[in-house]
Design a protein around this ligand. Sequence first.
Ligand code: ATP
Ligand code: MG
Length: 326
Amino acid sequence: MTSALAPDSLGPTICVGEILVEIMATSIGDGFREPVELVGPYPSGAPAIFIDQCARIGGSAAMIGAVGSDDFGRLNIERLERDGADVSGIAVDPDYPTGSAFVRYRADGSRDFVYNIAKSAAARFGWTERVAALVHRAGHLHVMGSALSMPGAAEVIEAAAQVVRSRGGTISLDPNLRKELVLDADTERRFANLVDISDLLLPSGDELERAAGVDGVEAALVRMFERGVKEVALKQGRDGATVFTPGAPLIHATAFAVEEVDPTGAGDCFGGAYVACRRLGMPVAEALTYANAAGARNVTRRGPMEGAGTRAELDAFIASTPRVMP
Ligand code: ATP
Ligand code: MG
């Protein structure tokens, strides 16, 4: 069987979107309307978490986005660089600060956020010469569905998709859109176009059905394979993950039994590891084991990408961590 994704040697995996710092309350409770103890800044932003894990496990990876000319920006660039990602596609905005998210967990596990993204450097980037140079040597584009609602990002993603495909590269999509979310007609159209050109989907929860526009996982899979998707990696939180490919039996991985300290970033680490491993030539089952481990390891650390693992760290984690009992 030919691989669903272009090999790592074709060029880096690129991801386009928000780069943020996350600052979190150390106590569980409601909101920020009184002083609470905070910890951070931690490098964050779903696309950046994805790229960091992709690089850490040994895949070629490059980030496209923007930060401000401030320490929050430098923190992000230094982390991605340290972990082996190409940062040539990150612009430094002279006028706007780096994006941020303040988060506090509530007792039921849900979260309160104060965001500074849309009016920060995180949303202010576009197609520059440096971005074009990077995209023209990229081998794979990973798209976070949530980035499509940022106009600047959506334009870069659409242009990058054309270039990457014309070079023989491939595309993956994490829909990142909950069922209840209603998109404007423009974003909905962009999203549907991306599904049509995606080789790999990485949905969680009901996002697969949402993206397919039909009810039921089976029906949604049939619809996606008809549209040309070659592989679907369904993220199932504490239930692990399952990969579906047309005409082959599904492959399921039971979750690793870990104590969840901070769930943020699990899905992005899962995706970064899965895409990198498939592009490095691993078969589905082996890539899924690493992805499952990357997601689980990341939830054991406070901070959105603090638990992203190298190949050696994930090997050690896999060897020493029991699976959840069925
Ligand atoms: P995110 O909250 O980052 O958007 P997601 O909803 O996209 O996450 P999840 O299914 O929550 O994705 O997590 C991705 C993967 O990480 C899971 O498929 C699983 O392999 C692993 N994982 C997540 N949470 C846990 C957990 N509590 N215990 C073990 N493994 C976990
Ligand atoms: Mg997700």
